[in-house]
Design a protein around this ligand. Sequence first.
Ligand code: GLC
Length: 649
Amino acid sequence: MADAEWVRQQAGVSLERLWPRVAALSEQTTPAQWQAFEARLRREWERLFGLLYDLYGGNYDFFYHLEQLLLAAGRSWLERPDWLKQLDARREAEPEWFQSQRMVGGVLYVDRFSGTLAKLRDHLPYFKELGLTYLHLMPLFEAPEGNSDGGYAVSSYRHVSPALGTIEELAGLAREFQEQGISLVVDFVFNHTSDEHEWARRAQAGDPKYQSYYFIFPDRVVPDAYERTLREIFPQVRRGSFTWREDMRRWVWTTFNSFQWDLNYANPQVFRAMAEELLFIANAGVEILRLDAVAFIWKRMGTSCENQPEAHMLIQAFNALARIAAPAMLFKSEAIVHPDDVLSYISPQECQISYNPLLMALLWEALATREVKLLEHSMHSRFKLPPGCAWVNYLRSHDDIGWTFDDADARWEWIDPAGHRTFLNSFYIGRYAGSFARGVPFQENPDTGDARVSGTLASLAGLEQALQSGDQQLIDLAVHRILLLHSIILSIGGIPLIYLGDEFGTLNDYSYVNDLDKADDSRWVHRPPADWQWRAQVQSDLASPHGFIYTELTRLIRLRQEQPAIWDGAMEVIESGNPHLFGYVRHHGGQRLLVVANFAEEAQELDGNRLRVYGLGYQFTDLLGGGSISAARALRLGPYQCVWLTATA
Ligand code: GLC
């Protein structure tokens, strides 16, 4: 790292030299617009310069890249639509907007949900009814036909897949959704491109400029050296992290599928090219950019090539650029790694929001064990985020579930981490006697015995098995598990995110095995197409578990949106004194909320004294159940019941 004072000086001198070229752009806009850009640039410049200098200062042509980047940022600002510039100003004036209790997220695949972007618009009333303020459209850019890893192999960052619509339609939708209070979330798949991207094609044709965009090797010497310390991500797809390309007679670095080529960010040209793609996507009206696979973007021999310091610097540099030319846009980190590493990506200068894989995994862990000790211990120390940041709390995503908890946390609670993971896998794959879950294994590693779990929320929570058994009691238990999990992500603090379909308790869809492009990837079991006819039937049928889940969930969402205490992520875990009860206190805007959740299928009690101490009162109202509760006695919670208590006296 260069010395701070030196960087400051050099940043100043460099900007002075570069400024005349950049300022020439000012003629193409109004003085006020240009001033806004210049002010942001001057505010962020030193940080951006320092990061880029550390990353690329050793390149002889560093200054050229700096100049090109600034020009790209300037041009992008000129092209930014006015409505987004207004949003930029609004968001800057209210930077904590996403901490609001009104925030509720949904995620969907356009093709599986509505078919096309045009038809997605028709579902706006539905999104409003559900209370969504955040809508993540799964990858929708051009991708190879057939298997494209669900779109995570991008062939063009500027064109929407023709089957879904056009980039203009996406931009139109972004604006319309924004007017209705829904922020558009889209992926930035920036660790790799598809092997059909123009850059990869040129590399295949032998163009050395584009070969340097990727990691391409003539023989196994370097790949073998890297592989000594790499983790296999998709061991069922292909062993190792490199793919042999017969057409080029070369090995290519492919962390994920063989058609996903890792980009080489040590090349400043790659950073610049991707920065331009990022700004283009921002100008389409994307408000939250989900940074895909952040852990993998920098490689260093002799390491796991995950979570390298340069990965953070790259994201911070992208962040600075966004602050300059598209300040309304936030970054969301997708780091499904050790909890310490997940945290390392979260800061206002890097990713303001992040998936919370730890909470997700531990909610399932507590459901399986009926004990909350690991959840309680981990959330106690690992939930807090820096100011200006927020978790995205989810119960499952389009991906598999992995048992990402800290081994030391587990040992502290007398849990053997490896044995526990084996237990959790067999529990959720349904191999454990007495398990309620119907998951499917994902990427079992024959060498390490490692595996992850696929499955919809409802199937994992027991609804599939219960419906097959026809046993009403088991169905009720499964429904209550589903509602219990939601009542936590809706109240714990951060943005709750629902994989759309789960709001109806959609079950696993095993038909993926008949599709050759999907059969090898069990994650398709939990990405079923929306069945609108079925939904219409069950939606208001409270006798159907699906209708009941939907009705209750929409009620929970409304309740969340009315509670000032749920603003932001400040949360204090309580010591419930009962191994099955997980509880926490939320406090904001003059409201105090005590949430207690029972993870057992038998009734449990919370001692009246604890209720008084944590709830700060004697009489309480349960916002969820509507009843009034006195601390004169123990609080009794039914199977999988959750209460949201506020003191009334
Ligand atoms: C992320 C995505 C996952 C994809 C991978 C490679 O982890 O969530 O679906 O397979 O990145 O892009």
